[in-house]
Write a protein that binds this ligand. Structure first.
Ligand code: NAD
Length: 367
């Protein structure tokens, strides 16, 4: 958020040079909504945190102003690279003190999955807005705790669903909602990649909360919901494991799952850590279809319908996401596809149901 102090500095005035009421009046008259900037601290300076930081350089509404990390050398590198003041640098032990820091509005939690809930709740208790990476938490019960904590603290809880702001995705969603595909009765979601290093946190049940489903399968879950525009009422699922050494107990390698929706639509999806070239959505209706491949990668996304290709400018997803999230938090903007805690929870309810269906071999009803 641009502050009165920034304004005074830009205007070449000091706070002391003006009586406070006058300074306030001047600042209020100069700033419009568009001038407000969301001041963000990133927690977890890993590969995705780095991608978000780079993308935020181009953001008009969000600015990286702080870091939270357990690695002092990374803090030093980021401090220099992004011009972050010392007073905005925290570690996992002391970041509750962010409460006393008026220069940070929100913390973007980009740690391994199991830390999203405990750290997200600490951020909320420190009175800062929480932006959290997907999956929002390890299961629906944890998701509900996060929502309650953010509600109690009066802060926003947003989930890093960058596809919800992607232009071609939004055009397919618009067409679907307008009935241009007729009655959409089938969705296919294919989400997967071959995972490398067996020692990484993504293959550690305690840190990841599962396997491919938590990491990449969630894109097909989420995609089925925004592409069909309804919530599933049942799931069935089957697990296949070709490498039980790499994919230990509780870490899923491949799961196929099916979902049924109130309209009679069905979704058929694959989540895997064992195959590349799986980043595809297909939506079929009585009057037309949409196909997206790649559908959720960093882009450019490719989309075509029965009417031909959808052309839209590719803008770095995380740049658009941060601009839009700033507008949600600062201006109360309502996104076309929600990115709030309730949205994150809906996916976690389905994740829980899929794991239960795998375990029991039964159809699991939702809701
Ligand atoms: P990463 O391993 O590259 O980074 C994780 C960071 O967390 C590291 O800096 C690590 O030091 C830190 N960390 C803090 N406590 C840790 C602990 N106890 N154990 C291990 N690391 C710890 O992982 P990443 O790829 O950046 O993923 C981070 C989060 O971002 C995950 O939740 C992931 O699902 C999400 N993600 C989202 C997208 C997207 O497109 N939205 C893409 C990639 C990752």
């Amino acid at each position: 958020m641009s502050t009165r102090r920034d304004f005074l500095q830009i205007a070449g005035l000091s706070t002391l040079a003006l009586s406070l009421p006058l300074a306030d009046t001047l600042a209020a008259s100069v700033f419009s909504k568009e001038d407000k900037v969301l001041r963000v601290a990133i927690m977890g300076l890993g590969s995705y945190g780095t991608r978000v930081a780079e993308a935020m350089k181009e953001s008009k509404r969000a600015k990286l102003v702080g870091v939270i990390s357990g690695t002092p050398s990374k803090v030093e590198t980021w401090r220099q690279k992004y011009g972050i003041p010392d007073k905005n640098c925290y570690n996992y032990e002391n970041f509750d003190q962010i409460k006393e820091n008026p220069d940070i509005d929100a913390v973007y939690v980009i740690t391994p999955n199991s830390l999203h809930k405990p750290y997200g709740i600490r951020v909320a208790k420190a009175g800062k807005h929480v932006i959290c990476e997907k999956p929002m938490a390890l299961n629906a019960a944890e998701g509900r705790e996060m929502i309650a904590a953010c509600k109690a603290a009066g802060v926003h809880l947003l989930v890093g669903y960058r596809m919800h702001f992607e232009a071609k995705t939004l055009e397919v969603v618009r067409m679907q909602r307008a009935g241009e595909f007729g009655k959409t009765l089938f969705f296919q979601g294919l989400s997967g990649f071959i995972i490398g290093d067996p020692t990484q946190w993504r293959l550690n049940r305690e840190l990841a909360g599962g396997g491919a489903m938590m990491d990449i399968g969630i894109y097909s879950i989420n995609g089925s919901r925004y592409m069909l525009g309804e919530e599933p009422i049942w799931v069935t699922a089957q697990e296949v494991k070709t490498d039980p050494v790499k994919f230990k107990e509780g870490v899923d390698e491949t799961i196929t799952f099916q979902m049924g929706f109130p309209s009679g639509a069905v979704a058929s999806c694959l989540s895997t850590y064992a195959l590349n070239n799986l980043d595809k959505f297909y939506l079929d209706g009585t009057k037309g279809f949409a196909e997206m491949q790649p559908s959720t990668g960093y882009g450019p996304i490719q989309a075509r319908t029965n009417n031909g290709p959808i052309e839209r400018e590719h803008i770095t997803h995380q740049t658009v996401q941060m601009d839009e999230m700033a507008a949600i938090i600062l201006d109360g903007k309502k996104p076309v596809i929600p990115v709030d805690g309730e949205e994150g929870l809906k996916d976690l309810v389905i994740v829980d149901a899929i794991y239960e269906a795998v375990k029991t071999g039964k159809k699991v009803m939702i809701g």
